[in-house]
Design a protein around this ligand. Structure first.
Ligand SMILES: C[S@@+](CC[C@H](N)C(=O)[O-])C[C@H]1O[C@@H](n2cnc3c(N)ncnc32)[C@H](O)[C@@H]1O
Ligand SMILES: O=C(O)C(=O)C[C@]1(C(=O)O)C=C[C@@H](O)C=C1
Length: 245
Protein backbone atom coordinates (compact mmCIF):
# COMPACT_ATOMS: atom_id res chain seq x y z
CA UNK A 1 0.00 0.00 0.00
CA UNK A 2 1.18 3.53 -0.73
CA UNK A 3 1.47 6.22 1.93
CA UNK A 4 -1.21 8.89 2.11
CA UNK A 5 -0.04 11.93 0.07
CA UNK A 6 1.26 14.61 2.39
CA UNK A 7 2.25 18.26 2.22
CA UNK A 8 5.31 19.17 0.19
CA UNK A 9 7.96 20.60 2.53
CA UNK A 10 10.93 19.07 0.64
CA UNK A 11 12.67 22.39 0.06
CA UNK A 12 11.59 24.12 3.30
CA UNK A 13 14.95 23.78 5.09
CA UNK A 14 18.19 25.31 3.75
CA UNK A 15 20.09 22.70 1.73
CA UNK A 16 23.77 23.59 1.47
CA UNK A 17 24.37 20.88 -1.15
CA UNK A 18 21.35 20.96 -3.43
CA UNK A 19 21.11 17.93 -5.67
CA UNK A 20 19.26 17.74 -8.98
CA UNK A 21 15.53 17.13 -8.71
CA UNK A 22 14.51 13.47 -9.21
CA UNK A 23 11.20 11.60 -9.08
CA UNK A 24 12.28 9.51 -6.10
CA UNK A 25 10.41 8.16 -3.07
CA UNK A 26 10.55 11.52 -1.25
CA UNK A 27 9.07 13.41 -4.20
CA UNK A 28 6.48 10.70 -4.84
CA UNK A 29 5.29 10.89 -1.23
CA UNK A 30 4.27 14.56 -1.67
CA UNK A 31 3.73 14.73 -5.44
CA UNK A 32 -0.05 15.38 -5.68
CA UNK A 33 0.33 18.35 -3.31
CA UNK A 34 3.53 19.55 -5.03
CA UNK A 35 2.13 19.62 -8.55
CA UNK A 36 -1.17 21.22 -7.55
CA UNK A 37 0.63 24.03 -5.67
CA UNK A 38 3.38 24.45 -8.32
CA UNK A 39 1.70 24.29 -11.72
CA UNK A 40 -0.82 27.05 -12.46
CA UNK A 41 -3.82 25.57 -14.28
CA UNK A 42 -2.90 21.94 -13.48
CA UNK A 43 -6.37 21.02 -12.20
CA UNK A 44 -8.07 22.62 -15.22
CA UNK A 45 -5.82 20.77 -17.66
CA UNK A 46 -6.54 17.46 -15.91
CA UNK A 47 -10.30 18.12 -15.94
CA UNK A 48 -10.31 19.10 -19.64
CA UNK A 49 -8.62 15.82 -20.63
CA UNK A 50 -12.11 14.40 -20.18
CA UNK A 51 -13.36 16.56 -23.06
CA UNK A 52 -10.61 15.27 -25.35
CA UNK A 53 -11.22 11.66 -24.28
CA UNK A 54 -14.90 12.03 -25.00
CA UNK A 55 -14.27 13.52 -28.47
CA UNK A 56 -11.23 11.59 -29.71
CA UNK A 57 -11.16 8.08 -28.27
CA UNK A 58 -12.42 5.45 -30.70
CA UNK A 59 -13.63 1.90 -30.22
CA UNK A 60 -10.89 -0.73 -29.99
CA UNK A 61 -8.05 1.82 -29.82
CA UNK A 62 -5.36 2.58 -27.23
CA UNK A 63 -4.94 5.62 -25.05
CA UNK A 64 -1.45 6.43 -23.75
CA UNK A 65 -0.52 8.45 -20.66
CA UNK A 66 3.24 8.97 -20.97
CA UNK A 67 4.85 10.09 -17.70
CA UNK A 68 1.71 9.17 -15.79
CA UNK A 69 3.09 9.79 -12.26
CA UNK A 70 0.27 8.75 -9.91
CA UNK A 71 -2.39 8.51 -12.60
CA UNK A 72 -4.23 11.86 -12.41
CA UNK A 73 -4.45 12.12 -16.22
CA UNK A 74 -5.14 8.39 -16.64
CA UNK A 75 -8.11 8.61 -14.27
CA UNK A 76 -9.51 11.77 -15.89
CA UNK A 77 -9.30 10.09 -19.31
CA UNK A 78 -10.62 6.74 -18.11
CA UNK A 79 -13.72 8.31 -16.55
CA UNK A 80 -14.69 9.90 -19.86
CA UNK A 81 -13.98 7.10 -22.32
CA UNK A 82 -17.34 6.17 -23.79
CA UNK A 83 -16.19 3.62 -26.36
CA UNK A 84 -15.82 -0.14 -25.79
CA UNK A 85 -12.60 -2.19 -26.03
CA UNK A 86 -10.24 0.67 -25.21
CA UNK A 87 -7.01 -0.06 -23.33
CA UNK A 88 -5.13 2.67 -21.49
CA UNK A 89 -1.35 2.30 -21.37
CA UNK A 90 0.12 4.34 -18.50
CA UNK A 91 3.91 4.66 -18.42
CA UNK A 92 6.41 6.11 -15.95
CA UNK A 93 10.04 5.23 -15.27
CA UNK A 94 9.83 6.05 -11.54
CA UNK A 95 8.88 2.99 -9.48
CA UNK A 96 7.56 5.04 -6.49
CA UNK A 97 5.18 6.83 -8.87
CA UNK A 98 3.96 3.65 -10.60
CA UNK A 99 3.27 1.95 -7.25
CA UNK A 100 0.98 4.81 -6.19
CA UNK A 101 -0.56 4.91 -9.65
CA UNK A 102 -1.40 1.20 -9.33
CA UNK A 103 -3.26 1.73 -6.07
CA UNK A 104 -5.12 4.82 -7.39
CA UNK A 105 -6.30 2.84 -10.43
CA UNK A 106 -7.36 -0.09 -8.27
CA UNK A 107 -9.73 2.14 -6.32
CA UNK A 108 -11.34 3.58 -9.48
CA UNK A 109 -14.28 1.69 -10.93
CA UNK A 110 -14.26 2.92 -14.56
CA UNK A 111 -14.37 0.00 -17.01
CA UNK A 112 -11.42 0.50 -19.42
CA UNK A 113 -8.46 -1.72 -18.49
CA UNK A 114 -5.17 0.02 -17.65
CA UNK A 115 -1.81 -1.51 -18.51
CA UNK A 116 0.91 -0.04 -16.27
CA UNK A 117 4.48 0.00 -17.53
CA UNK A 118 7.51 1.06 -15.51
CA UNK A 119 9.90 2.07 -18.28
CA UNK A 120 11.34 4.99 -20.22
CA UNK A 121 8.61 6.39 -22.49
CA UNK A 122 11.19 6.33 -25.26
CA UNK A 123 11.08 2.56 -25.33
CA UNK A 124 7.28 2.24 -25.16
CA UNK A 125 5.87 0.82 -28.41
CA UNK A 126 3.07 3.11 -29.62
CA UNK A 127 0.37 1.54 -31.78
CA UNK A 128 -3.30 2.02 -32.60
CA UNK A 129 -3.42 5.22 -30.49
CA UNK A 130 -6.48 7.47 -30.60
CA UNK A 131 -5.23 9.73 -27.79
CA UNK A 132 -1.82 10.30 -26.22
CA UNK A 133 -1.26 12.49 -23.14
CA UNK A 134 2.21 13.90 -22.49
CA UNK A 135 1.29 15.94 -19.46
CA UNK A 136 4.31 17.89 -18.13
CA UNK A 137 6.68 15.08 -19.15
CA UNK A 138 8.42 16.07 -22.41
CA UNK A 139 10.18 18.87 -20.48
CA UNK A 140 12.21 16.16 -18.69
CA UNK A 141 13.29 14.37 -21.90
CA UNK A 142 16.71 15.49 -23.19
CA UNK A 143 16.27 18.19 -25.86
CA UNK A 144 17.99 16.23 -28.61
CA UNK A 145 15.66 13.25 -28.11
CA UNK A 146 12.34 15.13 -28.29
CA UNK A 147 12.05 15.19 -32.09
CA UNK A 148 12.42 11.39 -32.44
CA UNK A 149 9.94 10.76 -29.65
CA UNK A 150 7.27 12.94 -31.25
CA UNK A 151 7.87 11.39 -34.66
CA UNK A 152 7.29 7.96 -33.08
CA UNK A 153 4.09 9.12 -31.37
CA UNK A 154 2.82 10.42 -34.72
CA UNK A 155 3.59 7.10 -36.43
CA UNK A 156 1.70 5.09 -33.81
CA UNK A 157 -1.36 7.31 -33.89
CA UNK A 158 -4.51 6.59 -35.92
CA UNK A 159 -5.76 9.26 -38.35
CA UNK A 160 -8.00 11.67 -36.43
CA UNK A 161 -6.23 10.87 -33.15
CA UNK A 162 -4.82 13.57 -30.88
CA UNK A 163 -1.78 14.28 -28.73
CA UNK A 164 -2.21 16.51 -25.68
CA UNK A 165 1.12 18.08 -24.74
CA UNK A 166 1.30 20.13 -21.54
CA UNK A 167 4.54 21.89 -20.63
CA UNK A 168 6.24 24.65 -18.69
CA UNK A 169 7.15 27.10 -21.47
CA UNK A 170 9.83 29.70 -22.03
CA UNK A 171 8.51 33.07 -23.17
CA UNK A 172 9.94 34.64 -26.34
CA UNK A 173 11.05 38.01 -24.90
CA UNK A 174 13.22 38.46 -21.78
CA UNK A 175 10.86 41.04 -20.30
CA UNK A 176 7.86 38.67 -20.69
CA UNK A 177 9.86 35.75 -19.27
CA UNK A 178 10.66 37.83 -16.19
CA UNK A 179 7.06 38.96 -15.79
CA UNK A 180 5.51 35.48 -16.14
CA UNK A 181 8.15 33.91 -13.85
CA UNK A 182 7.35 36.54 -11.25
CA UNK A 183 3.62 35.70 -11.47
CA UNK A 184 4.39 31.97 -11.27
CA UNK A 185 6.44 32.54 -8.11
CA UNK A 186 3.66 34.65 -6.65
CA UNK A 187 1.24 31.79 -7.38
CA UNK A 188 3.56 29.50 -5.40
CA UNK A 189 3.84 32.03 -2.54
CA UNK A 190 0.06 32.30 -2.34
CA UNK A 191 -0.03 28.49 -2.18
CA UNK A 192 2.12 28.59 0.94
CA UNK A 193 5.66 28.15 -0.41
CA UNK A 194 8.35 30.36 1.16
CA UNK A 195 10.93 32.29 -0.86
CA UNK A 196 13.53 29.73 0.26
CA UNK A 197 11.40 26.82 -1.01
CA UNK A 198 10.80 28.60 -4.32
CA UNK A 199 14.46 29.40 -4.86
CA UNK A 200 15.81 25.96 -3.83
CA UNK A 201 13.24 24.16 -6.04
CA UNK A 202 14.17 26.46 -8.91
CA UNK A 203 17.85 25.52 -8.56
CA UNK A 204 17.06 21.81 -8.18
CA UNK A 205 15.04 21.67 -11.43
CA UNK A 206 17.30 24.00 -13.43
CA UNK A 207 19.31 21.25 -15.14
CA UNK A 208 16.50 18.72 -15.20
CA UNK A 209 13.41 20.52 -16.53
CA UNK A 210 14.32 22.25 -19.81
CA UNK A 211 11.44 24.40 -21.06
CA UNK A 212 11.05 25.45 -24.68
CA UNK A 213 8.89 28.16 -26.22
CA UNK A 214 5.33 27.57 -27.44
CA UNK A 215 6.62 28.23 -30.95
CA UNK A 216 9.30 25.49 -30.57
CA UNK A 217 6.61 23.01 -29.53
CA UNK A 218 4.15 23.98 -32.26
CA UNK A 219 6.81 23.82 -34.98
CA UNK A 220 8.09 20.43 -33.79
CA UNK A 221 4.55 19.02 -33.76
CA UNK A 222 4.02 20.30 -37.29
CA UNK A 223 7.35 18.82 -38.43
CA UNK A 224 6.24 15.46 -36.97
CA UNK A 225 3.30 15.64 -39.40
CA UNK A 226 0.33 16.68 -37.25
CA UNK A 227 -2.32 18.44 -39.38
CA UNK A 228 -3.84 20.69 -36.74
CA UNK A 229 -1.79 22.09 -33.85
CA UNK A 230 -3.26 24.51 -31.30
CA UNK A 231 -2.39 25.96 -27.95
CA UNK A 232 -5.73 25.38 -26.19
CA UNK A 233 -4.72 26.53 -22.68
CA UNK A 234 -2.14 28.73 -21.01
CA UNK A 235 -1.77 30.03 -17.47
CA UNK A 236 1.37 32.13 -16.97
CA UNK A 237 4.35 30.04 -18.13
CA UNK A 238 2.46 26.74 -18.36
CA UNK A 239 0.73 25.82 -21.60
CA UNK A 240 -1.09 22.91 -23.16
CA UNK A 241 -1.23 22.04 -26.86
CA UNK A 242 -3.37 19.68 -28.90
CA UNK A 243 -2.04 18.13 -32.09
CA UNK A 244 -4.42 16.19 -34.32
CA UNK A 245 -3.27 13.73 -36.97
C1 LIG B 1 5.53 16.32 -13.80
S1 LIG B 1 5.33 14.64 -13.75
C2 LIG B 1 3.91 14.32 -14.79
C3 LIG B 1 2.60 14.59 -14.16
C4 LIG B 1 1.48 13.70 -14.65
N1 LIG B 1 1.50 13.50 -16.08
C5 LIG B 1 0.16 14.28 -14.25
O1 LIG B 1 -0.57 14.77 -15.12
O2 LIG B 1 -0.15 14.28 -13.04
C6 LIG B 1 6.56 13.96 -14.79
C7 LIG B 1 6.58 12.44 -14.73
O3 LIG B 1 7.28 11.96 -15.86
C8 LIG B 1 8.10 10.89 -15.47
N2 LIG B 1 9.18 10.83 -16.46
C9 LIG B 1 10.10 11.77 -16.76
N3 LIG B 1 10.89 11.37 -17.78
C10 LIG B 1 10.44 10.13 -18.13
C11 LIG B 1 10.84 9.18 -19.11
N4 LIG B 1 11.86 9.42 -19.95
N5 LIG B 1 10.17 8.01 -19.19
C12 LIG B 1 9.14 7.74 -18.35
N6 LIG B 1 8.71 8.60 -17.40
C13 LIG B 1 9.35 9.79 -17.29
C14 LIG B 1 8.54 11.21 -14.07
O4 LIG B 1 8.92 10.07 -13.36
C15 LIG B 1 7.29 11.89 -13.51
O5 LIG B 1 6.46 10.98 -12.84
O1 LIG C 1 8.48 24.97 -12.24
C1 LIG C 1 8.26 24.59 -11.11
O2 LIG C 1 8.54 25.20 -10.15
C2 LIG C 1 7.65 23.33 -10.92
O3 LIG C 1 7.58 22.93 -9.82
C3 LIG C 1 7.12 22.61 -12.07
C4 LIG C 1 7.05 21.13 -11.95
C5 LIG C 1 6.56 20.60 -13.29
O4 LIG C 1 6.14 21.37 -14.12
O5 LIG C 1 6.62 19.40 -13.49
C6 LIG C 1 8.35 20.53 -11.67
C7 LIG C 1 8.53 19.43 -10.97
C8 LIG C 1 7.42 18.79 -10.24
O6 LIG C 1 7.12 17.64 -10.94
C9 LIG C 1 6.20 19.58 -10.21
C10 LIG C 1 6.06 20.71 -10.94
Amino acid sequence: MSDKPSQDTLFAKPQPHLVDFAFDEQVASVFPDMIRRSVPGYETVIAMLGVFASKLVTQGSRVYDLGCSQGAATLALRRHIQQPDVTIVAVDNAEPMIERCRSNIASDLSPSPVQLRCEDIQSTPIENASLIALNYTLQFVPLDQREDLLARLYCGMNPGGGLILSEKVRLPAAVQQECFTDWHHEFKRLNGYSDLEISQKRQAIENVLIPESAQDHIQRLQRAGFQQVYCWFQCFNFASFIAIK
